[in-house]
Design a binder for this molecule. Structure first.
Ligand code: AMP
Ligand code: MG
Length: 421
């Protein structure tokens, strides 16, 4: 952190760690993120999901020739006559094999989709609109000059910036970059994210459960969410609620990762303990976010590493990850302004209880009714410990601070989870 994070925050007029709106917390975090800067060169396929470190320019026009958009006949529009036009067929242009001759007035060429347009021609008449009589092609009124052609550079012009620095490479982009003949790209290095679960009550898979113990599930959901983002993952397992062990784990994580995620230990009952520890190790603020689930959240820096202390409840972990960590990781990966998760409107099938003053992320199932209208059905048990609600859900029902409850049939906003979880 270049400036004193805690000092800077506490000077902000409206800073209140006990009632931090979701958007404000997101903004405060955004202000302190420092993206990776190391670049590497990768073969095109390996760049999927990575962030471009240099602009990609088009070295060529795409397409590189005027060509036909349809199967039909290439003609010169000057030959079009009112009523009926008759032209002599003098050859064929195939995709990848151009017509070599000259097309004189009164002549035309059979042409296939993607074939280079003979330079004398400027229009394609589709084959369904013509009649062929021997070596003569006939068509009636309605042909417009220039129709059914693709123009050189129509997709991309030579020298044009195709993708700017900071662009996240998706499947269509791989194809577009390939269409330019580019086989290697410069991307930012992978972000390294270390994480561990905290809690004396946690058992790992393979251990028998003692009374009062639960299996550490956060380790697996966090792994899954990080894997989807394509970061390098350092899974540090479970750390007991022991200041010495926690300190050791945090130091180790800070030495080897760009980002540290922990789950548990930031709720009111336990925060003092972590607060003390993090006070000595770095600059971390503890927020009570005006949201449900996911009220407690810690954020700051430990040495050079960004730190997110997520709540322990399995649903809260996922909600806070998607609302705060995901966006922050995308920025740290080199994307300057990651697009916000879209909010879509849907009719809520059931009434929802909601107190004003906090944002709620209830779990729902988005489904199309018989008429194809999108509706959202809330999941029954919205408890923040009920992870099954996340598995059953395919969206969050996002209820803003001001909302004071929803009647059945009312419109709500949803965030689709497909592709996220
Ligand atoms: P905490 O935030 O540490 O107070 O934890 C809140 C609740 O989440 C408690 O019921 C914990 O047992 C549970 N919890 C914390 N960490 C995990 C974990 N890694 N896996 C499953 N449940 C957890
Ligand atoms: Mg705990």
């Amino acid at each position: 952190m270049t400036t004193d994070f805690i000092k800077a925050l506490s000077c902000a007029d409206d800073y209140d760690p006990n009632s931090m709106p979701v958007d404000k917390a997101r903004k405060h975090i955004r202000d302190y993120l420092s993206p990776v800067s190391t670049k590497e060169t990768l073969p095109l396929r390996s760049s999927l999901g990575r962030v471009l470190a240099e602009d990609i320019f088009s070295p060529v026009n795409v397409p590189n020739h005027d060509n036909s958009a349809m199967d039909g006949y290439a003609i010169a529009s000057a030959d079009i006559r009112p009523g009926e036009t008759r032209l002599k067929i003098v050859g064929t242009a195939f995709a990848g094999r151009a017509f070599e001759g000259k097309v004189k007035p009164g002549e035309c060429v059979r042409i296939m989709t993607g074939a280079v347009m003979p330079p004398e021609c400027d229009t394609v008449v589709i084959q369904e609109h013509v009649q062929v009589e021997g070596d003569v092609m006939v068509f009636g009124d309605g042909v417009k000059p220039g129709q059914n052609m693709r123009f050189a550079g129509e997709d991309l012009k030579q020298g044009q910036v195709v993708f700017p620095v900071g662009h996240l490479v998706r499947p269509a982009d791989l194809g577009l970059i390939a269409s330019l003949g580019i086989g290697e790209v410069r991307v930012f290095r992978k972000l390294r994210v270390a994480f561990f679960s905290t809690g004396d009550e946690l058992a790992s898979i393979g251990q028998a459960l003692e009374p009062g113990q639960v299996y550490d599930s956060n380790r697996y959901t966090i792994y899954g969410m990080l894997a989807r983002l394509g970061v390098e993952i350092l899974d540090m397992g479970v750390v007991r609620d022991d200041p010495k062990l926690l300190e050791q784990a945090l130091k180790e994580a800070a030495a080897s990762a760009d980002v540290i995620l922990t789950s548990g230990g930031v709720s009111v009952g336990e925060a003092d303990f972590m607060k003390q520890l993090l006070n000595d190790l770095g600059q971390v603020v503890f927020w009570k976010i005006a949201m449900k689930p996911g009220r407690p959240l810690a954020y700051g820096k430990i040495d050079q590493a960004h730190y997110f202390g997520l709540p322990g409840n399995p649903v809260s972990v996922m909600v806070t990850f998607y609302q705060f960590v995901r966006d922050a990781l995308l920025v740290l990966m080199g994307q300057p302004t990651p697009p916000a998760l879209p909010l879509l409107n849907a009719t809520c099938t059931d009434a929802l209880k909601k107190a004003p003053g906090r944002t709620e992320f209830q779990r729902g199932v988005l489904l199309a009714d018989q008429d194809g209208v999108w509706k959202v059905r809330p999941i029954g048990n919205q408890g923040s410990g009920v992870l099954r609600s996340m598995s059953e859900a395919n969206c969050f029902i996002v209820l803003p601070d001001t909302n004071a409850g929803v009647a059945a049939g009312e419109m709500v906003q949803v965030q689709i989870l497909e592709g996220l979880i």
